[in-house]
Ligand binder design. Structure first.
Ligand code: GLN
Length: 263
């Protein structure tokens, strides 16, 4: 082997081990080499207007949660490093130490509270149904018995759909997939979070589907952190409080929803 090749191999081994050394740490919010503090944020970037990229996935992560978590991190003196992960893989990713916090329209509920600690709530949401525009027999949740329903895997919509008698529940990877199934006529309805359903219809200008009025639940979104990481929860809550007091939260809210919070 030539000397050059040997050097190259040694370099590769070094690079790979450096890469592994950066993974899987248990501690929160690692510092990068230049001393910058990094908050590793897990998101499922298919949940507009909360977290998404443009159609070809090339743009920076954008949305309400993305602006808010970046502002929270900044307030804490950190930089947010955003990683895109399947929704049902977010909590496992945090448990294995790959991310510090989940900012992904995650509803605070008792089941999840057994696995993670939540920040104070930062958004009030709820579940609604989308059906084909010409559908006459599904007027609300009571009419979903025995129907084919698409939901995103691991979500509160999936949990609710599974409670419906005789329903055939299709659990898909992304909310985009659920809308596609509906448009293709493979399911009778989609259950998803209200603002996401509305944003989808508005953004795509879809006229072949409609969102029903009934809102099944009131749900609150929170940032999820590793169970027992009280120090980080406290820091995040303090930052959220500051952003609410200084008007920054309202600004971000208005940017994405067009109104002030609570309107
Ligand atoms: N709010 C819902 C949940 O927490 C859906 C979240 C999502 O799909 N990003 O289950």
């Amino acid at each position: 082997m030539s000397k050059k090749l040997l050097m190259l191999c040694a370099l590769c081994v070094f690079a790979v081990s450096a890469l592994f050394a950066g993974c899987g740490g248990q501690e929160q919010a690692k510092g990068s080499e230049d001393g910058e503090k990094v908050l590793r944020v897990g998101v499922n970037a298919d949940f507009a207007p909360f977290e998404f990229q443009d159609e070809n996935g090339s743009s920076e992560y954008q949305g309400f949660d993305m602006d808010l978590i970046r502002a929270v991190a900044k307030e804490m003196g950190y930089t947010a490093d955003i990683q895109n992960i399947n929704f049902d893989g977010l909590i496992p990713a945090m448990e294995s130490g790959n991310i510090d916090i989940i900012a992904s329209g995650m509803t605070i509920n008792d089941t999840r509270k057994q696995q993670v600690d939540f920040s104070d709530p930062y958004y009030t949401s709820g579940l609604t149904i989308v059906v084909p525009v010409d559908n006459q027999d599904i007027k609300g949740f009571a009419d979903l018995k025995g129907k084919r329903i698409a939901v995103q895997i691991g979500t509160t919509s999936m949990a609710e759909a599974q409670k419906i008698e005789g329903a055939e529940v299709k659990a898909l990877n992304s909310s985009a997939d659920t809308f596609m199934e509906l448009k293709a006529g493979n399911v009778d309805a989609v259950i998803n979070d209200l603002p996401v359903n509305d944003y989808f219809i508005k953004k795509t200008g879809a006229t072949d589907v409609k969102r029903l009025e009934e809102r099944l639940t009131s749900e609150e979104y929170g940032f999820a952190m590793k169970k027992g990481n009280t120090e980080l929860v406290q820091k995040v809550n303090d930052a959220l409080k500051t952003l609410k007091e200084n008007g920054e939260y309202d600004k971000i809210y208005e940017k994405w929803f067009g109104t002030k919070p609570g309107k």
